[in-house]
Design a protein around this ligand. Structure first.
Ligand code: CP
Length: 311
């Protein structure tokens, strides 16, 4: 490991983070959300955050950059097409090269599950996982939790239906870990070819169903997932029939609790996973999720850039 912090604090996944640390991050996210709009702080003045994205992103990449700048840090974005990987450099060498320029955090999205975990073993720079393959998307789960908490007050005992292409979804996996740690009941639902049968072993409080009406009945929260066409090597369901069986309509929402809310991590595919009537309804928290992404990523950057001794 090159010189730097001998034991950097990483955010690689929700599974490995104790509940107390998640509560801290949610508290700090709430704190940042409550500040006047576009407040500029100097919490991370003089620090440098590198955003390294090997997959497309609108929400995550932009909100990490905004979060870094609101905390007073410098932020640079690197797109995979413009790196020396195309000249044969390995991913480890690319990351070590960036780390040698002494950034204070590297935010990385990669298509390979486990890529940030592997790289973090070699780096003295704190690493934040901005989504690795189908494995985890920890900041998405945190911003989803903040969004639910703002409306519901607590996650304990909530009935959350997670619906869609679960086996390819890092959003589902991170949310299941987080929601289970906080005592929510999760009904995972999707086509049989996309719902791993061993999902209940992942965390307590998880049940499976292939029937969307059963999943949404009496739900407090309906969390829709994007169909991950880019991760499907074979056709795991007929795409033109997907909406008929697993697309969220107003009729489904009517089966949930009267105060149920609808989440979707985005980007949404209208008419595939969700109808426009639901996406644009009062029940939809989709734009609140986006807004909360900035506050949560401020909390996460602050957390990984602190030593742990100053808390
Ligand atoms: N939810 C999410 O990760 O969106 P982006 O791919 O736009 O970052």
């Amino acid at each position: 490991m090159p010189p730097g912090r001998s034991n950097p604090r990483n955010l690689l996944g929700i599974e490995s983070i104790p509940r107390a640390d998640l509560e801290h991050l949610l508290d700090r996210g709430r704190h940042y959300k409550a500040l006047p709009r576009n407040t500029k702080l100097n919490t991370l003045a003089g620090r440098l955050v590198v955003n390294l994205f090997f997959e497309p992103s609108t929400r995550t990449r932009t909100s990490f950059e905004i979060a870094a700048k609101r905390l007073g840090a410098d932020a640079i974005g690197i797109h995979s097409q413009t790196t020396s990987l195309s000249k044969g450099e390995s991913l480890v060498d690319t990351l070590n090269t960036l780390s040698a320029m002494n950034p204070d955090a590297i935010v990385m999205r990669h298509s390979a599950s486990g890529a940030p975990h592997f790289l973090a073993r070699f780096l003295s720079t704190p690493m934040i996982n901005a989504g690795d393959g189908r494995h985890e998307h920890p900041t998405q789960a945190l911003l989803d939790a903040l969004t639910i908490l703002e409306v519901k007050g607590s996650l304990d005992g909530l009935r959350v239906a997670i619906i869609g292409d679960i086996s390819h979804s890092r959003v589902a996996r991170s949310n299941i870990h987080l929601l289970a740690k906080f005592g929510a009941h999760i009904a995972a639902c999707g086509p049989a070819t996309t719902v791993p049968r061993n999902l209940p072993e992942l965390a307590p409080g998880v049940s499976l169903t292939y029937d969307m009406r059963e999943a949404v009945r009496d739900a407090d929260v309906i969390m829709m997932l994007r169909v991950q066409l880019e991760r499907q090597n074979v056709e795991v369901f007929p795409k033109n029939e997907y909406f008929r069986y697993y697309g969220l309509t107003l009729e489904h929402v009517a089966l949930a609790r009267p105060d149920a809310i609808v989440l979707h991590p985005g980007p949404i595919n209208r008419g595939r996973e969700i109808s426009s009537e639901v996406a644009d309804s009062q029940r939809s928290m989709i734009l609140s999720q986006v807004e909360n992404g900035v506050a949560i990523r401020m909390a996460v950057l602050e957390w990984v850039c602190s030593t742990g001794e100053d808390e």
